[in-house]
Design a protein around this ligand. Structure first.
Ligand SMILES: [Zn+2]
Length: 286
């Protein structure tokens, strides 16, 4: 039974109630993860927690070392990741304090971020039509419902570069595209998790309407922060329930994502790549 990883977004820097807590630094071929990983037990399941922006929110979305974070999770035996994230809403019915269990992403970053493990002599193309794990996302959604929270099943997350929020023209553009929510971090995580054959689910908590909304001008920072804190409390309750509800073994395609993905002639894959990516590709390139 693999470990469950939790990546915490803005405001979520620790999870209470974890037993036998151990902090560990992980070295990766891609540099340093955002912070030390916290390992412990919650509801009888082994959990690995990482604050995406580092404790104290030191790392901006463009500077996060996504590869090191996901590689670190893989190295620590994580099979499934629930990613908790704050987001803005692009739709009237997705209200502040609601949760969206995302099922699609659109990438609007400027591509300065490293979003793949496969370069420097190895090429692999994962199937990414359905970028989140259906089983894990189903469990996240049902766990929130069980708690009586306002949950939305599915939704498209547009990943902007940031760190500034959108202009009004951008916000209206995303709405015209049919996007549901907007954030700055989850697209690279989802891609890398799939490449690493880790299940991934985004639990997005709506803090406010993006700037398109007529109410936006009257929203104060205090209100946004109050929503953020409330969302964090509810997200922790959902995480708790997920750990109780998730089946021990995975029953989804994520664990075999690389089966037909690596195109490079195995004899030509550089030794360093084989070594660095061993924990991800060893079963395919022996
Ligand atoms: Zn899965």
């Amino acid at each position: 039974m693999g470990r469950i990883g939790i990546i915490g977004g803005s405001g979520l820097y620790k999870i209470e109630g974890i037993k036998g807590v151990k902090e560990t630094s992980v070295n990766t071929p891609f540099g340093k993860p955002s912070d030390k990983f916290i390992i412990g037990k919650l509801n009888g399941r082994e959990l690995v927690f990482l604050p995406r922006h580092g404790r104290g929110h030191r790392i901006s979305p463009s500077e996060i070392n996504y590869r090191a974070n996901i590689y670190g999770m893989k190295k620590l035996g994580v099979e499934r990741i629930v990613s908790v994230t704050a987001c803005g809403s692009l739709k009237e019915h997705l209200k502040p304090l609601d949760f969206v269990v995302v099922d699609q992403f659109v990438d609007r970053t400027n591509h300065a971020r490293n979003m793949t493990f496969f370069d420097k002599g190895i090429a692999a193309h994962i199937v990414f039509a359905h970028p989140v794990c259906p089983e894990l996302s189903g469990c996240v959604y049902e766990s929130g419902r069980e708690l009586g929270l306002a949950m939305h099943k599915g939704g498209t997350y547009v990943n902007m570069e940031g760190p500034a929020f959108s202009t009004l023209a951008e916000s209206n553009l995303y709405r015209s595209w049919g996007m549901d929510i907007i954030g700055m971090t989850n697209m690279p995580e989802a891609k890398l998790a799939r490449e690493a054959e880790i299940c991934y689910s985004t639990l997005a908590a709506v803090t406010d309407y993006d700037c398109w909304h007529p109410q936006h001008e009257s929203v104060t920072l205090d209100m946004v922060i109050a929503n953020l804190l409330k969302n964090i409390e509810n997200a922790k309750r959902i995480v708790n329930a997920v750990l109780k509800n998730i089946p021990a073994e995975r029953n989804c395609p994520c664990k075999d994502a690389l089966t037909h993905a690596i195109l490079t002639d195995k004899k030509l894959i550089p030794a360093k790549v084989k070594k660095d990516l061993g924990i991800i590709i060893a079963k395919y390139v022996k």
